[in-house]
Design a protein around this ligand. Structure first.
Ligand code: AMP
Ligand code: ZN
Length: 115
């Protein structure tokens, strides 16, 4: 998807603050952080989200919780607590149509997942 923002970030055509990379995943700092730790973990391959997985992106997505746990520890929130979530579609507020998970932590995140 040549025009997709996160595909461009994955190809390093747009700069980002990368904190982790492997063959199929990339993690970088969210440009509008909503918590002291706010990372985005994306599959390098394109799909719109969890409702649109391909075999390739499903395999990448399956590894995200383990990578997130390691990143949470690296970022110093492994013990204090963190949240991993993915918005899918309009009602969830998804604004970038490329599979990604938010990793949030560093402050009490509240108990509500919706308003
Ligand atoms: P969502 O709204 O769940 O689709 O999440 C998309 C996220 O991407 C938002 O939290 C944005 O702040 C973030 N974002 C948008 N553009 C960039 C960018 N160029 N670099 C890093 N994060 C971005
Ligand atoms: Zn994409």
């Amino acid at each position: 998807m040549s025009e997709c923002l996160f595909c461009k970030i994955a190809r390093k055509e747009i700069p980002s603050a990368i904190v982790y990379e492997d063959d199929t995943l990339l993690a970088f700092k969210d440009i509008f952080p909503q918590a002291p730790v706010h990372l985005l973990i994306i599959s390098k391959a394109h799909c719109q989200g969890l409702g649109d997985l391909t075999p390739e992106t499903a395999a990448a997505a399956a590894r995200i919780p383990q990578v997130a746990a390691q990143l949470a520890a690296d970022q110093g929130v492994g013990t204090s607590g963190w949240r991993l979530l993915s918005n899918c579609g309009a009602d969830a507020g998804q604004s970038v149509a490329h599979l990604h998970f938010h990793l949030l932590g560093g402050k009490p995140l509240g108990g509500k997942l919706c308003q």
